[in-house]
Design a protein around this ligand. Sequence first.
Ligand code: ATP
Length: 305
Amino acid sequence: MLAVEAQGISKLYGSKAGVQDLSMEVKQGEVFGFIGPNGAGKSTTIRMMMQLLRPTEGSLHVLGEELNREKPELRRRIGYLPSEITLYPQMTGKQAIELTGKAYGLKPQQTPALEYAERLQWNPDQKIKSYSLGNRKKLGIILALLHRPELLILDEPTSGLDPLMQRELFNMLRELNQSEGMTVFFSTHVLSEVEKVCERVAFIKDGRLLRVNRLEELSLGGTHRVAVQFQSPGDARELYNLTMLDPAVQFDGVHHHLEASGTQLSALLVRLAELPLADLEIRRPTIEELFMNDYRAAEKEGETV
Ligand SMILES: Nc1ncnc2c1ncn2[C@@H]1O[C@H](COP(=O)(O)OP(=O)(O)OP(=O)(O)O)[C@@H](O)[C@H]1O
């Protein structure tokens, strides 16, 4: 059985499409990344999976159930962290856990709430209105996991979490996936996050699914973008023979932009270390750049994306 099976689903907001003709499959027991820039259609897709929105077109199955009519019992099998959590501000975190537990017929001690609270360094005794964004997020994560769901859907779970807590969350997800076979559907706009936990990743932009890749196919660690400013102003491409390092090196009036991957990167750094630098930035491609690479590669191959 597939955890999620979408066939040609679209969601129109008036005449504007939030999601268009999206088809994808998420296998059970998979950690699946759903990545795209702001406004790409991630939350819209997730809300359709959560029965909060109806697709305007297409068919959608979640955990084997077709979402052609209201399926309230399906919600008990899914844990959901919305991108923005609404909670009663006067309640304490502990009370919110008790209330949600009750809805599942569970006492707090029958749930993993305390363990997760400790791991996420989260204080259950504070009132919700006084929680920081990160602490609200932690509560949302704990609530989504309370009933040990088969499918966990996380909409931008890391926003507001500091790097240590992000790492702890990824550890928890990995453990739950391995020990209980929990399927995780993880939406983000941060490329580096999907590398840490996801086996496959779907790219969405302007409401359309661009492609689904296994992580190793993406070679995310591959190409790096390097921007260099030298101490003396002006175009130094010839002066320092930068085309030897990257034949397509560009100069924007201030910085020289190069690309390097694998062993080229170390050769580039060795060469740059000899030169009088004023500024240096090395980074991985952004999602947008990766999309563009994808587009170009697909166009070259003559395939349709
Ligand atoms: N309730 C709504 N009414 C009208 N348009 C909407 C509504 N919700 C979303 N949209 C539009 O649909 C598109 C997809 O939005 P969606 O929130 O699904 O994107 P997203 O990928 O989750 O973005 P973000 O990362 O910013 O949360 C956007 O153009 C957005 O403006």
